[in-house]
Design a protein around this ligand. Structure first.
Ligand SMILES: Nc1nc2c(c(=O)[nH]1)N[C@H]1C(S)=C(S)[C@@H](COP(=O)(O)OP(=O)(O)OC[C@H]3O[C@@H](n4cnc5c(=O)[nH]c(N)nc54)[C@H](O)[C@@H]3O)O[C@H]1N2
Ligand SMILES: Nc1nc2c(c(=O)[nH]1)N[C@H]1C(S)=C(S)[C@@H](COP(=O)(O)OP(=O)(O)OC[C@H]3O[C@@H](n4cnc5c(=O)[nH]c(N)nc54)[C@H](O)[C@@H]3O)O[C@H]1N2
Ligand code: SF4
Ligand SMILES: [Mo]
Length: 676
């Protein structure tokens, strides 16, 4: 123990802000946590979750020793084992599997439990070297990225920290008060200066409190609304032709294709009143600094990539990209400041090795494949909670012949199925590199605490596994700090433009802004925004109606402020205010089915039947139902959560999950455990 000191670090979670943190510690315990006032974007303000990070770090439920399964898969009965025994068992089982089936019979499964760059991505190098099946990591924003790629390439979005300068902001399917707190703060500042905020949403989410007007839309129809707004601009003479000529390709063909998208037609498709669509289009085009902030929800549908491509045409026709602070607010791509390939080693990918999509884990574990998946290694993720087709995943995880290893901080629903559980360190127990995806800040962090019990970082765990598997490459012999310093010292295009003072600040552990990219330097093959893409199945942006109409109600999964995907369920003070697993539905839909507010209902489709508490509310349009938050099996009513109702179907492009793209029917629930 040492005298208490404040140490500077960064929030590791999958959240666009990557807030700067100050942690007071004696080297063993976290005594207090607060926001870092010197962080250029997050300026000393944290969410409720991280203001008490110590309640996660020192949580009594944290895993502190490796475990070996003693009971049935899923039951959660384990005995402690040493790291040496655990690693020897994993290496032995893997060597047997490789001898019989080949290394592709081993599948890694990870996502963004930590977004800090080394601990997030180092496993990729390990599994590439091993020759395991590759995982396509597209559960979150794969379709959003694909949609952008088809029109603006990898062009970074504007820095959300500049939103306060905008005078017209469209929040397109993003619940910023829950998911992007510092964008919310900037929007509140913009409103004080007179900005107009329009929210386009499937339900009156908490973001409605920020909005001057809310356009409630039928799920999956946003492309039609965006094109009708474009058509309004064309008909009424709001188009910025100077921008189109200088920075875009194919605009003549695109404008000519807009005639069918009248506001009347759009109203019939989207349910957005024509006057609202027209007035938002006009207001946006007339503004000095108009911006669209993109959420991810609108892309989680069968036509999700096309939706994003269509929405991007609105700021293009209005010339918003060339207006001060205008254009799109989305992924800032700050991670490109670091040479990520030094961490992930794509040069080790074996030619022809197969790839398995993370949204189709259920199929990968339960359907015939050659070779079959015989071992699953899960880290930074909790697929039994967060991934679609939960029942198929659980059936797969229950396979007696599947050797499952889960590296985790907590005994999650997934970890309960493991043969071996390895205890994971928290972000205070290792040093790393942070790069916000919602602003332009990057930061280097140092270890703040000794690891809890026998917990180890992902890096240290893969180093042990590499040794046991006989890997000889020097990559595996370096420490995480050595790799961190090497990656941080690289002269990438972004870091090269820092001043000496900025570099010193970064080396001293402060959050430092990257130089803002030129929003009109489109990262496409032509260097222009491309309306016309003759190489794509739909050469021009267009509205594609969805085909799945088997059940009447569109099911939407939305985030909650108290939790973050499946994380923070260890914190009773947060889960208590979140409440039970609830389904929001409209009064007419409830009345037609005899469902009362506060009663239990069953939502069902061909995949599953899931019990929710009903919240009957006019915050939702008829025809849609909304489930906020990710719940655990223990917190559910009948053992299943909302993700059992989503299928493994992928989006049109980007191979993302359609986590808002399924339909259900609902009915009053039969009595469960005396509750009704
Ligand atoms: N507190 C908290 N913070 C988080 C998270 C969290 O779970 N909790 N998650 C983190 C992660 S991983 C991410 S990716 C981001 C996500 O942050 P956001 O992008 O803000 O959230 P999403 O869940 O992607 O989508 C938000 C909204 O999309 C709406 N939506 C769904 N379908 C449609 C549609 O067809 N049209 C329209 N217009 N709207 C639609 C939903 O109703 C939902 O309110 O937030 C991050 N931050
Ligand atoms: N119904 C519904 N489903 C959703 C969403 C939703 O809003 N609603 N959100 C979707 C989205 S946007 C996303 S991005 C995905 C997210 O899916 P995941 O990335 O799987 O998200 P988490 O549930 O937060 O799981 C991360 C796990 O990683 C663990 N972890 C944290 N740090 C470390 C570490 O350093 N090492 C190791 N080994 N483990 C660590 C945590 O304890 C946690 O259990 O979920 C998707 N699924
Ligand atoms: S708002 Fe997001 S980035 Fe900031 S502390 Fe909370 S979870 Fe972390
Ligand atoms: Mo996400």
């Amino acid at each position: 123990m040492s005298a208490p000191q404040w140490k500077r670090t960064a929030c590791p979670y999958d959240c666009p802000d990557t807030c700067g943190l100050l942690v007071q510690t004696d080297g063993q315990q976290v005594l207090a946590v607060k926001g870092d006032p010197e962080h250029p974007v997050t300026k000393g303000f944290l969410c409720r979750k991280m203001a008490h990070y110590e309640r996660t770090v020192h949580n009594p439920q944290r895993l502190s020793t490796p475990l070996r399964r003693t009971g049935q898969k899923g039951a959660g009965a384990f005995e402690p084992v040493s790291w040496d025994d655990a690693i020897a068992e994993i290496a032995g089982r893997w060597q047997d599997i490789i001898a019989r089936w080949g290394a592709e019979a081993i599948l890694p499964y990870s996502y963004a439990g930590t977004e800090l760059k080394i601990q997030n991505a180092c496993g990729e190098a390990f599994f590439h070297y091993l020759g395991a099946s590759r995982l396509e990591r597209t559960i979150c924003a794969g379709a959003k990225e694909a949609g952008f790629r088809q029109i603006i390439g990898a062009t970074p979005g504007r820095n959300a920290a500049d939103l306060s300068h905008c005078d017209y902001i469209i929040l397109w399917g993003s619940n910023v008060p829950a998911t992007w707190l510092h964008a919310e703060a900037e929007i509140l500042e913009a409103k004080k200066r007179g900005a107009h905020v329009a929210l386009i949403e499937t339900y009156r989410s908490p973001a409605a409190s920020l909005a001057d007007e809310v356009l409630l839309i039928r799920p999956g129809t946003d492309a039609c609304l965006a094109l009708a707004m474009d058509e309004t601009l064309r008909r009424e003479g709001w188009i910025d032709y100077a921008f189109l000529r200088a920075h875009t390709l194919g605009w003549e063909e695109f404008l000519a294709s807009l005639t069918p998208y009248t506001p009347e037609y759009a109203e019939s498709v989207t349910a957005v009143p024509r006057n609202a669509a027209v007035s938002v289009a006009r207001g946006f085009a007339a503004a000095k600094s108009p911006a669209v902030l993109f959420g991810t929800g609108p892309s989680r549908h069968e036509n999700g990539a096309m939706t994003i491509r269509c929405i991007t045409t609105l700021p293009a026709l209005a010339g918003a990209f060339a207006k001060p602070y205008g254009g799109i607010v989305g992924n800032t791509r700050s991670a490109a400041a670091f040479p990520m390939e030094q961490i992930t080693r794509p040069d080790w990918v074996r030619p022809g090795v197969r790839t398995i999509n993370m949204n189709q884990l259920g199929n990968a574990l339960t359907r015939p494949m050659d070779p079959p998946v015989m071992s699953l290694y899960v880290y930074n993720s909790n697929p039994a909670c967060i991934a679609p087709d939960q029942s198929a995943i659980r059936r797969g995880l229950a396979r007696e012949d599947l050797f499952t290893v889960v590296h985790e901080r907590f005994l999650t629903d997934t970890a309960k199925y493991a043969d071996i559980v390895l205890p994971a360190a928290t972000s205070l127990e290792y040093g790393d590199l942070a790069a916000a995806y919602g602003n332009l800040c990057v930061q280097k962090t140092e270890r703040v605490l000794a690891p809890r019990g026998d917990a180890k970082s992902n890096w240290d765990t893969f180093a042990l596994l590499a040794r046991a598997m006989g890997f000889t490459d020097p990559y595996f012999a370096q420490s995480e700090d050595e790799l961190k310093e090497r990656v941080a010292a690289a002269e990438t295009d972004w870091l090269r433009r820092w001043t000496a003072q900025e570099r010193r600040q970064f080396d001293a552990g402060f959050g430092v802004l990257l130089p803002a990219p030129d929003p009109c330097a489109f990262q496409t093959a032509s260097g222009k925004l491309e309306f016309l893409r003759p190489d794509l199945p739909q050469p021009l942006p267009c509205y594609l109606p969805e085909r799945d109409t088997a059940y009447p109600l569109r099911l939407i999964a939305a985030p909650r402020a108290e939790t973050l995907n499946g994380s923070f369920n260890e914190r009773p003070e947060l889960t208590a205010t979140r409440g039970e697993q609830t389904l929001l539905l409209s009064p007419p839909d409830a009345a037609a089915r005899g469902i009362e507010d506060g009663s239990l209902l069953e939502a069902y489709n061909d995949l599953a039947c899931v019990v929710f508490r009903a919240a009957v509310t006019d915050r939702v349009l008829p025809g849609a139902v909304v489930a906020e938050g990710v719940y655990t099996k223990n917190q559910s009513f009948n053992g299943l959560t909302v993700n059992a109702l989503f299928s493994q179907r992928l989006t049109d492009h980007g191979r993302a999950a359609t986590l808002c793209g399924n339909r259900v029917e609902v009915r009053p629930a039969k009595k469960i455990d005396g509750k009704s």
